[in-house]
Design a protein around this ligand. Structure first.
Ligand SMILES: [Zn+2]
Length: 148
């Protein structure tokens, strides 16, 4: 890698404007390369299925339902492991899609206007074949995933 960089620099014509443009492009490509590297690292980690350094169950939610308590700490950990043991991102998103549902929340009718419906999401986790409804924060933290 480093030797390529030096070679690139050496072949750069000593014209200031060209040089500037080249180095900007070079910086961008470096950024891209960095990003690609990060992505591939993540893929690798996903495929290995091992508990990953840095990927941990997030903190419990602070909602009034106390979702972690409802699910149970032991179950929270096994849900986390089950999710990260999935072999591909496709399987992971399938897993998530099966547990996140969009539902229409009816709103109060306003006089002279149609009742508007609001869309909301419900999150469930399945423990021993029982679906347990949790809040979004608990859902994301149980699986250590970022909101999409
Ligand atoms: Zn909660």
């Amino acid at each position: 890698m480093a030797s390529n960089t030096i070679k690139d620099e050496a072949h750069t014509p000593p014209l200031l404007s060209t040089r500037k443009r080249r180095s900007e492009t070079w910086l961008k490509s470096q950024e891209k390369r960095q990003k690609a590297k990060r992505d591939s690292d993540e893929d690798y980690v996903d495929k290995s299925g091992a508990a990953v350094e840095g990927k941990r169950v997030g903190p419990a939610c602070t909602c009034k339902n106390k979702c972690y308590g409802k699910v149970g700490v032991v179950n929270v950990n096994s849900l986390f492991k089950a999710y990260w043991a999935l072999e591909s991102r496709d399987l992971q998103s399938e897993y998530i899609n099966a547990r996140v549902h969009t539902e229409e929340i009816p709103r109060l009718k306003v006089k002279g206007r149609e009742a508007r419906k609001k869309q909301g999401k419900t999150y469930t986790v399945v423990v021993n074949n029982v679906s347990i409804k949790v809040c979004s924060i608990a859902f994301l933290n149980i699986h250590a995933i970022c909101k999409q």
